[in-house]
Ligand binder design. Structure first.
Ligand code: APR
Length: 242
């Protein structure tokens, strides 16, 4: 990909680089996105199942969906896009990564400073005593009851209608405010708060670069739109940051 010397300079000289990733960065690993055609599970959408109401109504159905996703994701590996951001973290101490993804693939690729603002599908918690469990898929198939208090265990992910962890969100806002260059990668902008982070970065002077197959709800804040696959674009541009 040809980029101008000015842009190369901007990559090299910008401080506090921020990457905000969505399901699209994991698409090339074979993890279904939420709003792509393959994202549907049976006749359900994420909005139907990833809610406290759905869990109260039918916890087993919601767990069936999460077990399906956990088992699928556990067979997937990071792709070149994940590895490119892990490499960028090694080369730039002022690089920060915020992800909406719960698939754990950023950490699996070697990224250590990962802010999982929507939680992690492989971590579960009791709805009452907040006892945490790492997913042992075999156990979860047998019981979704808390060993500590007997109440229900749920995935430790953010559901529609739930509030973000305040501490985590404040940290994310602060990173957005301080970033001089923000990469928005593989997200549709269907969910409000992450789009707000892009707006905050933009309004605080960041140069915003969007990497996506198609325009999205973030595109209005993008100074540069790099259309294409994250797994092809990111490895190419990461070298310009050092
Ligand atoms: N490279 C770059 N972008 C891609 C690729 C790819 N290979 N494949 C798909 N995309 C883009 C799509 O064009 C789309 O804009 O990734 C985006 C995926 O959008 P969604 O499926 O809506 O995923 P995301 O934006 O992460 O959803 C946000 O919604 O369901 C909730 O909590 C869930 O974190 C999720 C949030």
């Amino acid at each position: 990909m040809q980029i101008s010397p000015q842009l190369k300079n901007r990559f090299k000289n910008s401080k506090n680089i921020l990457a905000l990733t969505g399901a699209g960065i994991s698409a090339e690993s074979g993890v279904p996105t939420f709003r792509g055609k393959e994202g549907l599970w049976k006749q359900y959408r994420a909005e139907d199942l990833a809610t406290p109401q759905a869990f109260r109504k039918d916890p087993k159905l919601v767990w069936e969906w999460y077990l399906w996703r956990m088992e699928l994701i556990s067979t997937k590996s990071p792709n070149p896009a994940h590895f490119a951001l892990a490499e960028l973290e090694k080369k730039r101490s002022d690089f920060y990564l915020i992800t909406q993804n719960v698939d754990g693939l950023h950490k699996k690729s070697g990224s250590e400073k990962v802010m999982e603002i929507h939680g992690n599908i492989f971590r579960n918690r009791c709805i009452s005593c907040a006892h945490f469990y790492d997913s042992d898929l075999s156990k979860l198939k047998i019981s979704i009851e808390c060993a500590n208090c007997g109440n229900l265990v749920r995935p430790d992910v953010l559901w529609f209608g739930e509030s973000y962890d305040t501490e985590l969100l404040n940290q994310a806002v602060s990173l957005a405010e301080r970033s001089e260059l923000a990469l928005v990668i593989g997200s549709s902008g269907a969910v409000g708060i992450p789009v707000e982070l892009a707006r905050i970065a933009k309004e605080n002077g960041a140069f915003v670069i969007e990497i996506n197959l198609d325009p999205s709800g973030y595109s209005r804040y993008a100074d540069l739109f790099l259309q294409g696959k994250a797994g092809e674009i990111l490895p190419e541009i990461v070298s310009y940051f050092v």
